[in-house]
Design a protein around this ligand. Structure first.
Ligand code: GDP
Length: 299
């Protein structure tokens, strides 16, 4: 929790200080108060829709409980943000079942790093992990993932640069079956600028996994760079058009004041953030819990 709090320092400074100044600066709960609060939430990248919903909830509670002092409604605001972040599915299934995880995302968001960190985490939990280096498009991706595999002490199946990602997946899936692997983690190429190709590639990969490993638990995790704020939200929407997303890994939350994007993502996309990255070491990929996240911001 301490690491999470430290990692979110910039976001805390951005959102929480602003909110505190509203709570301390206003002596009455009036329209100006709500407007100021709304502005701070939107500036904090929480998103217009989520902000409106949060403020509406706050208004309702203030009225219902006859609250007069701004200081009295801080707890209600925190609770409203937590409620706004609740999504239907938050189980971390792949940590219990035999699973194939496709990790997708555009270049530079922290995809390969997150796959490496996740491999280390799952290995530490006693799971047998295999990596598939199916980002055969980006020159250094395979080597970089091999380094992470060595660091984490897990096996890796790779293809040479420019080879067919689907054939890497074919080899990896069959190796996973033969070696009784618990979790097969697949790095993939993120060529979102060529949606049609990407869609075809993912379709082909999905067909191979369905055929070669029927019944295995599947996840499609999209990696988003938290520092890009609202652009991250758009990327998730774009990837959602080409793949059935089951979760999000939100990276680089340590370097950003735009951490409120986690609220916007969960409430607007209704896809659970499963992990967040708050630094570059293995320990800095943390399982995401929305209540804990909001507590880390406001505690
Ligand atoms: P990919 O192209 O999506 O595979 O991106 P990489 O995994 O190569 O990561 C790009 C850069 O972001 C690297 O320098 C990583 O060390 C860095 N990075 C990834 N995740 C995090 C994070 O959570 N926090 C910070 N500060 N840096 C990160």
């Amino acid at each position: 929790f301490g690491r999470l709090k430290d990692g979110l320092t910039k976001t805390r400074d951005n959102i929480v200080n602003g909110i505190d100044s509203v709570f301390n600066g206003f002596s009455a709960i009036d329209e100006d108060f709500y407007e100021e609060l709304e502005e701070i939430l939107i500036m904090g990248d929480i998103g217009v829709n989520a902000t409106n919903a949060i403020i509406e909830k706050l208004r309702g509670q203030v009225k219902e409980n006859h609250i007069k002092q701004p200081s009295e409604c801080k707890e209600i605001l925190i609770q409203s943000i937590k409620e706004q972040m609740k999504v239907g599915e938050t189980a971390y299934d792949f940590e219990q079942e035999q699973s194939v995880i496709l990790v997708i995302g555009v270049n530079g968001v922290g995809k390969t790093t997150s796959v490496g960190k996740l491999a280390g985490i799952l290995k530490d939990q006693g799971r047998k992990v295999l990596l598939a280096a199916a980002d055969t498009f980006r020159a250094a991706a395979g080597e970089q993932l091999t380094e992470w595999a060595n660091r984490a002490g897990v096996d890796i199946i790779g293809g040479s640069e420019g080879s067919d990602p689907a054939s890497v997946i074919f080899d990896a899936v069959n190796a996973a079956k033969a070696r009784h692997v618990d979790v097969l983690l697949c790095d993939t190429a993120g060529r979102l600028h060529n949606k049609k190709n990407l869609m075809e590639e993912l379709k082909k990969i999905n067909r191979i996994i369905d055929k070669e490993f029927p019944g295995v638990h599947r996840e499609n995790l999209v990696v988003l760079d938290g520092t890009t704020g609202q652009n991250a939200l758009q990327q998730a929407r774009d990837f959602g058009e080409v793949a059935d997303l089951t979760g999000i890994i939100l990276t680089k939350m340590d370097g950003t004041a735009k951490g409120g994007i986690a609220v916007a993502i969960q409430s607007e996309l209704n896809i659970p953030v499963k992990y967040i990255g708050v630094g570059e070491t293995l320990e800095d990929l943390q399982k995401f819990d929305s209540d804990q996240f909001v507590n880390a911001l406001f505690d």
